[in-house]
Structures are given as C-alpha cells and as structure tokens.
Design a protein. Structure first.
Length: 344
C-alpha cells in the first residue's frame, strides 16, 4: 500500500506533520526518529507507523549542517569515462563505511572542471576527491589551500601542491601489456597514445621501456589517440590503412580500445586473429561478454578506499596535505582480444 497522503499541498512531510499524524509532540516525534531515549515502545511504534503512512524521512543533510559538519566528500568525475563510473560506485561504499556521504559533480564537454569543483564547494563539502583531474597544478594547489583535496589517477608532486595522491602505477601496467603480447609472439606492437590525459605520459614510458627491454626499440610506434571511443576508432582507421599494419595494439584506456575494436570490425579485420587489442582500466565495458577485452586492471575498490581514507585522515586525524602518495600495482586481465599472431 502506498503512503496515505497527509500533506495536502504535496510538499515533503515535516517533523511537525509527523507529530500531528501520530498525536504526539514534535519533541517526542524527534526523539523517536533520532532513536534517542525518552519514548516508550508503544509510542515508538505509533510514530514509526505514522512516518510510513505519510512518507516521512528524516533530513540527514539538515541535521549534519546544524552540527556545523556536512560529512560530505565531494567527488568530481568525467561523465564520458566508464572508469570514473566504476570509481564513483566504489567511492559510495568506501565513504559510507567511514560515516560520510558523497556529493557528485560531473565534468562534461559543456561543463568544465572549475565549475564542477565550485559546485562542490558551494555544497559545503568538507573534502574533494578529484578523479583524473586535468586542471593546472596551480589550480589544484589553490583548492588544496581551502580544504583537503585527494587526486585519483594522476601523478602529481604532493608536497608542491598540498594535494594527496592515490594512483595506479601506469607505467607498470603498460609494461605488463607489452610483456603479455611479446610472450604471445608479437613484435609489431603499437601504442595508441593518450595525449595529455592524466597517466598518458607514464603509460607511454612503460610501453617504451618494455619494448626496449625486449629488444624492440626499433619497432616503437606511437599513434595519436585519446580518452574516447572516437579517438580509438580514428587511430585504428589510420593503422588499417597503413602499409605496415601492426599485429597488436595497446590502447590508452578501455574506451579507446573499444573504439579500436569497432573500427577493426567495420574494416573486416579480425580480432585477435589479425590484430590483438589490449585496453587499460578493466572498466565494466571491458567485462561485457561481447567485448571481452584483454586489459590492464586498476584496483578500483582499493583506489576508492585509499582516497576516502586519505580524506578522512585529513579531516579527523590531523594529517597534513601533500604528505605523500599511494601507488597501487595494476594487474593484467587476459580475455579474448589477444592471441598469438598468425604467420605472415
């Protein structure tokens, strides 16, 4: 049965409405809803039944604001990044375990990082968790001077910015991808670059290092790419049309890799028989059955927990900003988009 309407103008039921419905004082209704001492079992049941009938829910945000603490962690994320969606889900769980709530502010083509961060500040967030921020270090330092800031998935100098850092060892992940492909027998391995995106420089370095270590320095090949599916598709079309088509591709991230897979499918290039493809992130898209992408996995729950722990340590433990960084090792996840190259 739906709640019985008790507020004729359709507004959200208040504590006063609840007290009137239950036939008790507002103070007694508050005691019951706060689960405090001072009400009999019979009264508690009557008030809770009335709350169910009128659809009353305590305003936890207002209660926190009255205590001069919002207990809100502001999370800035990019709407276009599947990895960020996975991170947001994990951050909700980590924050709840620590007694905090999450406020989200998205970055989109029509909504920049400055706007996203300012919105979180206006919401009285006590700390900011920025996912792969692109902002200049001066801007990050400016934010860190106002409240605790944790950057996730971007390499920074913590002491220079005052920003706490939680990230994956991107260079190690790229090395794992190349090592896997070389072990399968590949030698013509291309890296589709992430440009100036957070983590791109480290992934480039890891790719080059691994190729050099395997004696393939003369076959190092970087193709301009980016973060999105379109970036990957554009790079793949360039490779398909090239006279020196590679046998394997390491894409900047999963979204880029899915663009590569789409372009290869349209060009009737078989994966992995003709070209093997590796992504980076192990986002939910990579795990879809029809994608089944070999990728470098980031430890999302651990990244989220580490970010929340750093923010809470600043807020409650007196830890100083920029004391260091947490760097987590990635893991290679082998699926069906990689195989030994066919003989030419």
């Amino acid at each position: 049965m739906p709640p019985t309407p008790a507020v004729p103008d359709g507004r959200r039921p208040t504590l006063t409405d609840l007290a009137a419905r239950a036939g008790v004082s507002t103070a007694l209704a508050s005691i019951v809803m706060r689960d405090a001492k001072g009400a009999s079992a019979t009264t508690r049941e009557r008030v809770r039944q009335a709350a169910r009938e009128i659809g009353y829910r305590p305003d936890s945000r207002a209660r926190l604001l009255r205590s001069n603490r919002s207990h809100l962690l502001g999370v800035q994320f990019d709407l276009q990044q599947p990895f960020h969606a996975d991170m947001v889900e994990a951050l909700y769980a980590a924050a709840e375990s620590a007694g905090y709530q999450i406020a989200l502010s998205a970055v989109a083509p029509s909504r920049g990082e400055r706007h996203a961060a300012e919105t979180l500040l206006a919401d009285r967030c006590e700390a900011l968790i920025l996912l792969s921020p692109h902002a200049p270090t001066a801007r990050l330092a400016e934010l860190a001077a106002q409240l605790p800031v944790v950057s996730v998935a971007r390499r920074l100098r913590p002491r220079a910015t005052g920003v706490d850092v939680v990230r994956t060892a991107d260079d190690e992940g790229a090395r794992q991808a190349v090592d896997h492909l070389v072990a399968l027998g590949h030698r013509d391995i291309v890296h589709i670059d992430g440009g100036r995106a957070p983590g791109a420089a480290e992934r480039r370095r890891g790719y080059r290092t691994a190729m050099n270590r395997h004696g393939l320095a003369d076959r190092v090949r970087l193709v301009p790419g980016g973060l999105t599916e379109e970036h990957g598709a554009r790079a793949a079309r360039t490779l398909v049309e090239s006279v020196s088509r590679p046998t394997a591709v390491v894409a900047f991230n999963d979204h880029c890799a899915i663009g590569v897979l789409d372009a290869l499918l349209r060009a009737r290039v078989r994966v992995p028989e003709e070209i093997s493809v590796v992504g980076f992130d192990d986002s939910h898209l990579a795990r879809l059955a029809h994608v089944d992408l070999t990728t470098v996995g980031q430890e999302v729950p651990l990244l989220a927990r580490s970010a929340v722990e750093r923010a809470v340590a600043r807020l409650e433990g007196g830890a100083k900003g920029g004391d260091g960084e947490t760097v987590l090792s990635p893991r290679l996840v082998v699926r069906s988009t990689t195989a030994a190259p066919r003989s030419r």
